[in-house]
Design a protein around this ligand. Structure first.
Ligand code: DAH
Length: 341
């Protein structure tokens, strides 16, 4: 009798029906009134009393295994039938629309800036986010005791002061100038890191775009005209720019660039704090020390560089008042950029 039980157990396990009707037929054959299980039960009545305990357990096991398997197969067959009915009953039914994603505003602005400078002959250059002191500071003419090297601003990796997260994309200037010969025209987008408290106007991770042009006879006038072209493309045809003297270790002379406020057209409003101007970037003529550090003859070549924060440009362009919105990935914020560019 044990053999018969085992044989039936095996057949139950191996049974693979093609339709719900197959399952039902199998169920009747095994579990039906005149089915194989009941035949075994009948046989069980006449086994010797000392075998009853053992065989009874085997029969119970068989019964629950058969029930469980048949129920599972029936559910599977029903689901498959429902599926094919759903797809086949009305072939004219519209498909399920896939939801379209939106580009992140930071990507939109980065792409636009890259595209504007590409028209002026710039190509994109990138560099590593984990850098060394030379590419981020020393080659850019930062004196050894410059405050930007302090632990306050720079994230160091482990305790090694020579392995750090870049604090600006100016490091890509250095990488480009050590690898290419002039003429050089690159635009360098990237993520940068500073040890700053997070607020509506600052974050410890943000994005910058750096520009660099090195050739014979590049002048400040070229810089100003290129930036005016950029400002008009990004902020509109009537945009004006002005430059204020400033200081960066890697440029001489250096300037900060303001664009006329695109909200009030320069009349003065609360976004431009009544001045009519918005600060958008730093720039200047590449310091000869920087050219020389990178192996470029500063007597033959000159160049200009500029750097801007993408979050800031995006805030001004789209009127976003809190920089943290860019990092929270709230779809209600992101969806508003669906139709942009
Ligand atoms: N690297 C500067 C910063 O992070 C921005 C900058 C200013 C870049 C002037 C430049 C430049 O290339 O010429 O604040």
């Amino acid at each position: 009798m044990t053999d018969k039980i085992n044989d039936l157990l095996r057949r139950v396990a191996e049974f693979s029906p093609r339709t719900a009707a197959d399952v039902e037929e199998f169920r009747i054959r095994i579990l039906g009134k005149k089915g194989e299980l009941n035949a075994l039960m009948e046989e069980f009545k006449s086994v010797a009393p000392e075998l009853k305990r053992e065989l009874g357990q085997q029969l119970n096991k068989l019964k629950s295994a058969a029930l469980e398997r048949i129920n599972a197969l029936r559910e599977e067959a029903q689901a498959a039938a429902a599926d094919s009915a759903a797809t086949l009953d009305d072939p004219t039914r519209p498909g399920t629309a896939a939801a379209l994603g939106t580009r992140h505003p930071i990507s939109l602005v980065r792409n636009q800036i890259v595209e504007v400078f590409a028209r002026l002959g710039y190509t994109v250059a990138e560099g590593p986010e984990i850098e060394d002191d030379w590419h981020v500071f020393s080659a850019l003419n930062f004196p050894p005791e410059h405050p930007a090297r302090d632990m306050q601003d720079t994230f160091f990796i482990e305790k090694n002061p020579d392995v750090l997260l870049r604090t600006h994309t100016s490091s890509i200037q250095v990488r480009t100038m050590t690898q290419q010969k002039p003429p050089i025209r690159v635009i360098c987008p990237g993520r940068v890191f500073r040890n700053e408290a997070i607020s509506y106007r600052a974050h410890c991770i943000f994005h910058q775009i750096e520009g660099l042009y090195v050739d014979e006879g590049v002048t400040f006038a070229d810089l100003k005209q290129s930036l005016l072209y950029f400002a008009r493309e990004v902020f509109g045809e009537t945009a004006r720019i002005r430059m204020r003297p400033s200081y960066f270790p890697f440029t001489e002379p250096s300037a900060e660039v303001d664009v006329s406020c695109n909200l009030c057209g320069g009349k003065g409003c609360n976004v431009c704090k009544g001045t009519g101007w918005l600060e958008i970037m730093g720039c200047g003529m590449v310091d000869p020390n920087v050219l020389e550090s990178c192996g470029i003859d500063s007597k033959k070549y000159s160049g200009f560089a500029f750097g801007m924060g993408i979050e800031r440009i995006a805030m001004l362009k789209y009127g976003v008042k809190d920089l943290r919105l860019y990092f929270e990935n709230d779809v209600r914020f992101l969806r508003q950029f669906e139709s942009a560019l």
